[in-house]
Design a protein around this ligand. Structure first.
Ligand code: AMP
Ligand code: ZN
Ligand code: FE
Ligand code: FE
Length: 291
């Protein structure tokens, strides 16, 4: 009875998206709205992985409990390697870990410093924006993580850029005239911190980050997984990192990197998913879990 079997499998299949952003960082949907969208999309498990903040996790978890959706406490920490950003995802983290909190607070303060430095450069270039107003608009809450999208929106509001993509392409993208490189912790330190908070570290969108030569060192530092499937990974890149994960004995993760509908070409929530088996293998990588 293949048809009945297929229906049975469909009913029990768990749709999992382990890469999403909320208004706690640069996502457009607040945690409750995100969970509502996840429910509509038929997702059963999501991870909230905001940039350098866990402020959205508890709210999403509460909404998830009501909606029957498991919310994995997550994070996407920006590490720096040779002046380049390396995004490290952390899953199953203890969001109340003091060391994690201290680290993330410093990261967020430095984000504000960097955005202000870039605003100074824009002024020098003749494209001034009102950075105080832009930061005020973004919210005064210190648990909120701000970044270049705040500048992009201010550039659009001031009439200096057509849209946020244009702002990144002409002013604040890597190598552009107002770009200021980040300073911060190396990936190995970030991986150690995620483990200290009880979490599992996965290298986000390695196809975009392109730091393959660093992988053995990151694995030695405790990296447990690679984000093999991501909207920016074409099939050939997916196949490459799938093979690399196998070779290095790593688990794999996948997710849509959802920032909000239509947000910088962001795909739909749940567009990129992982299987229950893959999720189970990831959970086994939690520090202290054997087998
Ligand atoms: P930051 O963390 O301050 O370096 O800002 C990086 C964030 O800006 C990313 O997480 C994206 O959400 C967003 N971003 C990066 N590139 C672009 C782009 N070309 N257009 C619009 N948003 C972008
Ligand atoms: Zn983002
Ligand atoms: Fe990222
Ligand atoms: Fe992301």
């Amino acid at each position: 009875m293949p048809n009945a079997f297929c229906i049975f499998v469909l009913c029990i299949s768990v749709v999992i998206d382990l890469h999403t952003h909320t208004t706690a960082s640069d996502g457009r949907d607040d945690p409750e709205a995100l969970v509502g969208l996840a429910s509509n999309a038929g997702l059963r498990v999501i991870a909230v992985t905001d940039h350098d903040t866990v402020a959205g996790v508890a709210r999403a978890a509460r909404a998830g409990a009501l909606a029957g959706i498991e919310v994995v406490p997550g994070i996407e920490i920006t590490a720096v390697d040779d002046r380049r950003d390396v995004h490290v995802l952390g899953y199953f983290i203890d969001a109340s870990c003091d060391a994690l909190h201290a680290f993330l607070s410093a990261q967020r303060r430095d984000r504000i410093r960097r955005v202000r430095d870039m605003a100074d450069r824009l002024t020098q270039l003749g494209f001034a924006i009102d950075i105080d107003e832009a930061l005020h608009r973004a919210g005064r809450d210190a648990t909120r993580s701000i970044g270049r999208p705040v500048l992009a929106r201010a550039l659009v509001a001031a009439g200096h850029a057509r849209d946020t993509q244009d702002a990144f392409a002409r002013f604040i993208g890597s190598g552009c005239p107002a770009f200021v490189p980040r300073s911060g912790a190396p990936p190995a330190e970030v991986i150690a911190l995620i483990r200290r908070a009880g979490g599992v570290a996965s290298l986000a969108h390695p196809g975009k980050t392109a730091c393959d030569d660093r992988l053995p060192a990151l694995v030695a530092a405790g990296l447990a997984a690679l984000e093999v499937r991501h909207p920016d990974h074409p099939p050939s890149i997916e196949a490459k990192y799938s093979a690399l994960a196998r070779q290095l004995g790593l688990a794999i993760t996948a997710g849509s990197d959802y920032h909000g509908t239509n947000e910088h070409g962001s795909p739909t929530l749940g567009h990129v998913t992982m299987s229950e088996e893959e999720f189970e293998l990831l959970q086994r990588r939690r520090p202290g879990v054997s087998g």
